[in-house]
Write a new protein. Sequence first.
Length: 122
Amino acid sequence: MTGPAIGKIHLKDAKTYLVKGLKVIKLNASVYIHLKGYALATVTHLDIEHESLNFEGKGNFIDIYGIKNGIEINLRHNDIKSIIIKHNLLNRVLKIGEKTRTWVGFKLENLAKTLRPDLFWI
């Protein structure tokens, strides 16, 4: 978790939930759009920062679904089923019912350009 930095756009109103077994647990996570070229990022991606989300391993391709007012990241990691992020801007990236894999880049970068055009030098 790196917290705020130049090149990271904080989605202040984002609500984050962890689906663990049959429980839905509200997390007080910080959610950022982390832009390519800042703080060593090689692609634009979403940072979801909370101490309970520090998983072992290098990661994997994971399905992400557009849901009402946000996205659901299908982790299937041990007893954790998914992470739900509620923020209305995320449906600009994935519409309700759409599906993609992780490492979202181009669509997210276009959204970031509309929010903070001053951070793009190219």
